[in-house]
Design a protein. Structure first.
Length: 393
């Protein structure tokens, strides 16, 4: 895009590309390109590499340990990481709770939590959804009762990604049973080693494990771990969700997936694909247009956020379109690969398919896992409602 073609940004892109070429381990890149579920060790290893360069919190201001990049630089960084098949940084600390802490937290909270998020000494997860309170998040029922200097928490959270290897969880809890749903919610930071917490795995449709259910039984949480004011957690949650929805749009990763799809389609033109080539080309062209539009809106939104302008419906539009485009790319990739979409790393693909010997591994795994993309981070139905309300009142 012309916006990203300024000399200083081209120089920055070359710097990022050179760093990735020299510092991204090949085996880590291979695993990230083939699997939807990485281990804690893989995620922390890549984060630590970026931390030593000062790039582990790409969206953060310098005063809190980030590089202080512009919106354009942030997008270029994400684009180059995607092109190199670098692992996605765990979003829960860096993209979600970190900005909440440095925006609304106390000086003591900033000092205690932010450095360990930047260094990945603490791995975080998100405790929002509950059984029966997913899309209708404000109906959550996990309770926190005041008891001296602590809250006593009872309830459960579900679909909690990475909870099985996380150190901390940020939670929405109900502290006022008589208030309107959004008015009686508080935002807490909870150490997962606290007595009374248990984590039960949930195996997703692809057979992988990243999801969990977390149970709280008389868990004592210091009031010093409350973000902002009691019963105002919904305000902080809305702030967090806008960042989450920009993240889940993931235009840079969709751009990379589309490039891989084009490589596959051009080098795998055998059998049925030869007869269906015009149809496949048409579907790829339509996806390319959508990815370009998604990229443009992503950059515009990042620049707007950089200028300190309030984000209205942009995060919801990005989340809605980004998740749908992702699913369509993965669907067409599986269509083009045919039976080879089922291949895993141990299977050798036919000779002559050098463009995608490892990328074909686990495509059905990712396709199945990302069926949830239009649900997590706020379902498509929720995003439609937010957009409609903003437009029509």
């Amino acid at each position: 895009m012309n916006l990203l073609s300024k000399p200083e940004l081209l120089e920055f892109r070359a710097e990022v590309r050179g760093f990735l070429s020299e510092n991204l381990p090949a085996e880590l890149s291979d695993r990230a390109s083939c699997h939807a579920h990485l281990s804690r060790e893989d995620i922390v290893a890549w984060h630590k590499i970026l931390y030593r360069r000062g790039w582990s919190a790409p969206s953060w201001p310098k005063e809190f340990g980030g590089p202080g990049w512009s919106g354009a630089q942030r997008y270029i960084f994400e684009e180059e990481c995607a092109a190199a098949d670098a692992p996605v940084l765990s979003p829960f600390g860096i993209t979600m709770v970190g900005p909440v802490i440095y925006t609304f937290g106390t000086p003591a909270q900033k000092q205690a939590f932010l450095p360990k998020i930047v260094s990945m000494d603490h791995v975080w997860c998100q405790g929002f959804s509950e059984p029966g309170s997913g899309s209708d998040l404000a109906s959550l029922s996990t309770r926190a009762v005041s008891d001296g200097d602590d809250y006593v928490v009872n309830g459960t959270k579900i679909w909690t990604s990475e909870a099985h290897y996380s150190d901390w969880i940020f939670c929405l809890v109900r502290t006022d049973q008589g208030a309107k749903p959004q008015s009686g919610i508080t935002f807490l930071l909870i150490d997962l080693r606290t007595p009374g917490i248990s984590v039960r795995p949930i195996i997703s449709i692809d057979g992988g494990h990243s999801l969990n259910q977390v149970f709280f039984e008389d868990v004592r949480v210091p009031k010093g771990n409350r973000i902002g004011e009691e019963n105002r957690g919904w305000t902080y949650a809305k702030f967090l969700l806008s960042y989450e929805r920009i993240l889940t749009a993931d235009a840079a990763r969709s751009k990379r997936r589309l490039a891989r799809l084009k490589e596959i389609a051009s080098s795998f033109a055998t059998g049925w694909l030869l007869t269906e080539a015009p149809c496949v080309a048409k579907r790829i062209a339509a996806l390319e247009i959508e990815v370009m539009a998604l990229e443009s809106l992503t950059i515009d939104t990042l620049l707007k956020d950089e200028r300190g302008e309030a984000l209205a419906v942009e995060p919801s539009i990005l989340k809605l379109r980004g998740s749908e485009v992702l699913q369509r790319i993965l669907e067409l990739t599986c269509d083009v690969l045919g039976p080879d979409a089922l291949a895993y790393e141990h299977r050798v693909l036919p000779k002559g398919n050098a463009a995608f010997p490892t990328y074909a591994a686990g495509r059905v795994e990712e396709y199945l896992y990302r069926r949830a993309a239009t649900i997590y981070g706020g379902s498509s139905e929720v995003q439609h409602n937010i957009i409609a309300k903003a437009i029509f009142g």
